[in-house]
Design a protein around this ligand. Sequence first.
Ligand code: HMN
Length: 288
Amino acid sequence: MKGLYSALMCSFDEQGKVNEQGLREIVRHNIDVSKIDGLYVNGSTGENFLISKEQKKQIFDIVKDEAGDEVKLIAQIGALNIDEAIELAQFATSLGYDAISAVTPFYYKFEFEEIKDYYTTILEHVDNDLIIYSIPALTGVNMNLEQFGELFEHEQVIGVKFTAPDFFLLERIRHAFPDKLIYSGFDEMLLPASVLNVDGAIGSTFNVNGKRAKQIFELAQSGQIDEAREVQKVTNDLIAEILDNGLYQTIKEILIFKGVNAGLCRKPMKSLTDDGISKAKQIAEKYL
Ligand code: HMN
């Protein structure tokens, strides 16, 4: 399960429906062109929190059908409605997903005991491994070392997707739990996370910049830090321009420029203006 995973984008049409052909093309681009090790399906980048349960199932189904066993597949099934999370976990597991992942429950400012109960309840109902999805900036849920340790006591909890700029905590988790999988979540911080010996990374920009991400990860692993820093620098120039123009929309527009039918984002995400589309093309020409 180690390696680099694209946080998979999904292609939506003007009505907000899943564009099956477009989604298949995004999967193929990640496997054939970006040479990614795996796909993280229905995460933030997949606009998971903007779509229905039926659409989530449709996406799990199409991605597994297209990717088969060519790369590892992680299904993000976290939902505030725990029945939905369980149903999605069982569905993805029945399709053959290699692991499930669930975002920490958010919005209601749950206590840690409630968060722990959320994970144990899901795992009582599904025979699969689980990766905690921690993204404090978006969920407001900040867990400390001891709390990660309590979640890791469950043998089905095999790791964490760590999307935070807290390298002190990352190092402490790495040191305390050498057998758990840690995936770095911020693409612009891949090098420092790799130096701290994470097992892999999950990122939105890997949909278009997967080869450079892999270079950074592999160079860091072999101790070639100066070389890795150079690749991270170019990567961060690219990421800065993408963020400035609109993260998901710009990645989709770059994919479209590359001939992949990446479609539109779901409302309430706005579409790129004509200027934004031109800028995305310039970014693609400059870096990719
Ligand atoms: C997901 O759930 O889709 C991803 O794993 C999220 C991933 O960590 C991305 N985070 C967000 O989009 C919030 C990053 O790849 C991020 O987009 C990138 O580092 C640019 O900031």
